[in-house]
Design a protein around this ligand. Sequence first.
Ligand SMILES: *Cc1c(COP(=O)(O)O)cnc(C)c1O
Length: 224
Amino acid sequence: MNVDVAKNLKEVLGNLPDEVSLVAISKYHPLEYLEAAYAAGQRIFGESHEQELRVKVPAMPQDVSWHFIGHLQTNKVKHIAPYISMIEAVDSFKLLKEVDKQAAKCGRVIKVLLELHIAEEVSKYGFTFEACREMLRAGEWRDLRNVRICGLMMMATNTDDESVVAGEMTRAADFFDELKHDYFADADDFCYRSWGMSQDYRIAVRCRSNMVRVGTSIFGPRVY
Ligand SMILES: *Cc1c(COP(=O)(O)O)cnc(C)c1O
């Protein structure tokens, strides 16, 4: 292993206020890297492919919380429903319903975040503010007993221009406050603002993120 995972992890944690959760994004990294992070105390890992989880989950200790961070096809939900702790990128009502259905079959309640599409180019996935408002206004989500909407996630535009990144994250944070006020005032579980990756997590914590998803800064560059 030519990456000092423990040292990198410590450095990232040193940049995070206590109230910010760190999701270690381990996609494409070998098991030994995850084990090194686990040995250094990390318990939340994020992956974006169901096939990779299939291998890694049984090989890692039981007390790991797994977050699904990628685009999730509805036909894959059933595979991860038995164990996934949070699905971070729910980008349609159709997917939300499928998560509810599969969670019910497992007798579980699965935490989800709604993914926002704010950045210009990064992803073609995610709700626009208006689509997200519309989905919540329609109210059908209230009948879903086996999913719990716990907040929002987004990816900022991939640019060196900090003002663009900070602008997008601040808009997401303001939108979180709007939804909290309009729909989740009594829901303590609606509390996560998931933004910030290796290149912009320091900006994210200044823009009210309380959940950062960091891969490269911990595990080094991914080998695809
Ligand atoms: C890969 C990925 C990350 C981590 O990116 P790094 O630049 O390696 O920190 C964070 N969020 C999502 C959604 C990702 O797909």
